[in-house]
Design a protein around this ligand. Sequence first.
Ligand code: ZN
Length: 263
Amino acid sequence: MMRKTVLSALTLSLGLSACTTSPLGRSQLSLFDSSEIDQQGQQAFEEYRQSHQQATGRDGKYVTCIADAIIDTLPEGQGPSKWTVGVYQDDEPNAFALPGGYVVINTGLMKVAKNQDQIATVVGHEMAHVLANHANERTSTQSLTSTGVGVVQSVTGSNALGQLLGAGAQYGVLLPYSRRQESEADLLGLDLMARAGFDPKASINLWQNMAAASQGEPPAWASTHPNNGARSEALEGRMQSAIKLSEQAHAAGHNPSCASLNS
Ligand SMILES: [Zn+2]
C-alpha cells in the first residue's frame, strides 16, 4: 500500500498535476495522501511523547488557553478535526508542529516568550505549518531531489513514507521546513493569532527575544527561519491587516485573557 503511494508519487512527478494551493495562495507540490502524512505525524508524536515529560501544570494550562483561543477562531473548515497542543520539558527555546495537528512547545520557550501574545505568535506559527500542509510539500519536494529519489527507490514495505518524512530529522518528525515555508508560517500565523484577538505587534518582540536568547548562535528552531531583520520587515508589511483582524476579533467578543493563569 505504501509502495503504491510511492509509485503514484513518482507517476505524478512525471507530469500529472499534483499541485495544491497554500492558504496564502502559493502553489505547492503535494504528492502524498494527506491522510498518510497525518498518520506519520501521529506516530512521530507518539514516539516523542513517550520520551518527553509533559508540563501539565501552570505552563500547560497557559498554553492550552492560548491554543484554544486560536483554534476557536480558525477559518471555517480548515485544518485537522482535532488539535493536540502541549508543553514538554526541554530547556531549548524551541517548538515544532507535526502533520495531523500536533504542536509541541518546549518549556525553554516559555522563558523567551514573555506574554500570551508572544506565545500566541509561536502557536500560530506552528499551526500555520500544519494548515498549509508544509510537511507534505517538503516531503514531496525532497522526494524529487537526487537524495530523495534514492530514498524512494530504496524503500520497501510500510516504512516508506516514514523514511521520507523522517530522513535525518529529529524524532523522525520532519524534514526542516524551507525558508519560504517559514516565512509563510510567520504571516499565516500572524493572521491566526490576530483573528483570535491577540496582539499581532507582539510577534516582532517575540522574534527579537528569540534572537537575543540565541546569543549569536540561532537556536535550532530559528536556524532555518528568516533572519530577524527580514522577518520583522515581512511581519510589518502585514501588520496593518493583522491589527484589523485583531480589532474585528475584539468587536466580536474575542478577548483572550490567558495571562492571569500565569501570574
Ligand atoms: Zn517554523
